[in-house]
Design a protein around this ligand. Sequence first.
Ligand SMILES: [Zn+2]
Length: 317
Amino acid sequence: MTRWQRVLVLMLAMAMLAFAVGAGCSERTPRAAEPAVVFDAARAWADLETQVAMGFRVPGTPTHREVRDWLADQLRATGATVMLQPFSHELGGSTVQMWNIIAEIPGHGPAPRERVLLAAHWDTRPTADKDPDPAKRDQPIPGANDGASGVAVLLEIARQLQAHPISRDVQVVLFDGEDYGPGLEDMLLGSAHYARNLPEQKPDWGILLDMIGDTDLAIPREPYSEQHAKAVNDRVFAAARRLGYLRTAGMPGFVDAPGAYMITDDHVPLNEVGIPTVDLIDFDYPYWHTLADTPAKCSRESLRIVGMVVLSAIQAE
Ligand SMILES: [Zn+2]
């Protein structure tokens, strides 16, 4: 080997080393857009199962009160300040007592801080009026997806916000009486009561979760939300894109396109009093308001996707 050959070999070796180091670095370096979001989907799943196992969360029943206390305890255990907002509703000559459950989780940014509302309904429908078997339509639904899924994600988000505070104040509100019925005039009761009795510090914007546990998850831009709170939807779908949770063939996730159904849900009374709020809902759920709305139709992975996207959306600038 001549001196020039040795120099050539040395240069070649250095070039190969530089290439290898460079390639290694680019593999190890996290993508700049990757946010520090943690969500324990196993814990959220356990909370979904517990709610269903405790029984039907039908206003006016002893189970309803038991679950109310259990939910308040779960939120208190995160360190949040929790209050019950009681109200009553008259139907068919009888008065039914209901409670919104409100948890305050202060942010750590400089005051005045932006204030975000995260909501879901904790009650379940007294009647399975969409059940394929007419003989069963007067029975209460288990409400694994319709009720428990959104609540489960919010309980875990409350825990994560205690461990990893964000700059914004967060108010978690579990609405009662969303699904009471039978007709729409006897539904959305908790959100309507909240909207008529706003806290001193009104939230600046909000995200509502309803029916987000479906195994075959597909959450579109709900049209009423898009009309009244487009900026919040943009924030949510940007988070879904950042995290890689836009739905692809066969995989559950968010669908960045208008939904087929305009949904009347707890976000309507909120938007009406000037809190721009989106409804994250997958209404393509064959077990809606049937006895088959059980944990078997839901998945831990769907709870993870929604929990991660909401956490990322509320901590982004
Ligand atoms: Zn419902």
